[in-house]
Design a binder for this molecule. Structure first.
Ligand code: SAH
Ligand code: SF4
Ligand code: F3S
Length: 478
């Protein structure tokens, strides 16, 4: 019987996609996917170390998995991802029931590590490489299921050379490297042929794509492009209806990328644009390389290029030395740039980062209080934006059952807002398809919609969207 594997993922989209790559490799080895660890012979945990809590979760999981190993002899347990890269062999030494550890550059070694483990050899492979080989992964195996019908991630660059003072990622993902454009375009075409309608380009600083090659005059030899050129090439692939990218860094928005948002038909009107803080003092100590006003100007340019564009962001409160006045600057920028949503975090010191030993740490109760005020303002802004959309029409990529509203179908609109359907659509609307929808209500978490009858060919939905039904900008929040 085929070996059954399960991959459990923590962390960001990069990790979700790496887990998909590992699952695909294991399918190519003739293994089958198990829905949960209880049914699996091989369990791979893909880890995140962005905050201390994420790292600790792994250690408590690993403790509990001693029992999982004991239950069935011959079971294999592996750990990959950012904690694996950061801690290396120490994890293997600390947990004797763990069989292998692999780093963020070593996904391709997983089948060999599994084979070695089955022969009784425990191993750690966390070698960092600058080789482009890591992008050479096999095509989607027929047995592979992404779990996300109609959508797919495509890696365009990996690593990060920014070294923001709070962030562990440059240490866990290594140096910035861009993937040759041909490989990206071939993968995108294959995905479109397989029925994928929405592509999300991935990279730690995705819009820095190709910049090192441009600077070193290597674009021809390596085969990279400027990021806006890459988007333009992808926009021309038949079958790709939506293009997204995440996460961009504010300093890598050039004129061409802003213009792409005005001109490219399929580039979605949503940018997840991490701000982190609205205080220039804090931004400087975070080494973010922009000011609050730079960020405001960038937001204005993006909104001017594409009036229905939605901005979402990442924000950190309680960075060392953050005063009440600094925090209020963050609230002000969040309001000024019309953020529609944000991931909000309390600063967590990470080993080996420049901010680790900064003085003037913010008291936990002060950080908690700021987090709650920030979240409350963000919630108000989300709701105001959602309410402004009621009465408009949109196009929803159906994804499956709603997480909150059991029974309802749910999907995402071009702005990446969750849309739950108030009634089942007539006809054969299946997950992975695009559906015209009228927005009839709004909550802080989602838009509520009703499927519209399909538009005729002479009245295509896209034209309708552009000309008549541009979602309104969020009204100012009092
Ligand atoms: N590459 C992306 C972000 C990757 S990490 C970028 O540059 O924006 C995702 C988010 O986690 C960050 O945007 C930041 O808001 C948060 N984060 C990173 N390190 C953190 C830390 N030490 N404490 C709290 N939040 C952190
Ligand atoms: Fe971390 Fe900064 Fe790199 Fe983003 S740009 S991954 S926050 S170091
Ligand atoms: Fe976590 Fe690594 Fe992503 S630290 S957020 S999984 S890059």
């Amino acid at each position: 019987m085929a070996l059954r594997f399960h991959v459990h993922t923590y962390g960001c989209q990069m990790n979700v996609h790496d887990s998909q790559k590992v699952a695909n490799l294991l399918h190519h080895e003739g293994m089958e996917q198990a829905d949960d660890a209880g049914d699996a012979d091989l369990l791979v945990i893909n880890t995140c170390s962005i905050r201390e809590k994420a790292e600790h979760r792994l250690y408590s999981d690993l403790g509990r998995l001693r029992e999982w190993k004991r239950e069935r002899p011959g079971r294999v347990l592996g750990v990959g991802g950012c904690v694996a890269q950061q801690e290396g062999d120490a994890v293997l030494r600390r947990f004797p029931h763990l069989d292998f550890v692999f780093g963020t550059h070593n996904l391709r070694l997983v089948p060999a590590l599994v084979a070695a483990a089955r022969d009784g050899t425990r191993a750690t492979r966390v070698d960092e490489t600058r080789s482009l080989d890591r992008f050479d992964l096999p095509e989607r195996h027929p047995g592979f299921e992404s779990g996300s019908p109609g959508r797919a991630f495509v890696t365009v660059m990996e690593g990060c050379d920014m070294f923001c003072s709070f962030c562990i990622v440059p240490r866990t993902r290594g140096r910035e490297i861009s993937r040759p454009a041909n490989g990206i375009l071939d993968e995108a075409r294959a995905l479109a042929d397989a029925g994928v309608v929405e592509l999300t380009l991935l990279g730690q600083t995705v819009n820095a794509y190709g910049r090192h090659d441009v600077r070193r005059g290597r674009t021809e030899t390596v085969g990279t492009l400027a990021f806006a050129e890459l988007l333009t090439a992808l926009d021309a692939i038949p079958g790709v209806s939506r293009l997204r990218y995440t996460s961009p860094h504010p300093i890598f928005f050039d004129e061409a990328l802003i213009r792409a948002h005005a001109e490219l038909e399929r580039l979605c009107p949503h940018v997840h644009l991490p701000l982190q803080s609205g205080s220039d003092r804090v931004l400087e100590r975070m080494r973010r390389r922009y000011t609050a006003d730079d960020f405001r100007r960038l937001a204005d340019r993006l909104h001017a290029a594409r009036p229905d564009l939605v901005l979402t962001s990442d924000l950190i409160v309680g960075f060392p030395g953050e005063t009440e006045a600094d925090f209020e600057h963050t609230l002000a920028v969040v309001r000024d740039v019309d953020l529609v949503d944000a991931y909000t975090f309390k600063y967590s010191p990470r080993p080996g980062t420049a901010a680790e030993d900064l003085p003037d740490s913010v008291a936990p109760e002060v950080a908690q209080e700021r987090l709650e005020r920030l979240q409350s303002q963000v919630r108000d802004q989300t709701l105001a934006y959602h309410r402004g959309r009621v009465g408009g029409t949109t196009e929803v990529l159906l994804l499956g059952a709603s997480r909150r509203d059991t029974g309802a179908l749910s999907g995402r609109d071009p702005q990446h807002r969750v849309v739950n359907l108030a009634a089942p659509p007539s006809g054969d609307a299946a997950p992975g398809t695009l559906l015209p929808v009228e927005i009839v209500d709004a909550t802080p978490h989602s838009l509520i919609g009703l499927a519209r009858p399909s538009a005729g060919p002479e009245d295509s939905l896209r034209d309708g969207l552009r000309l008549a039904d541009e979602p309104r900008r969020m009204p100012a929040v009092a």
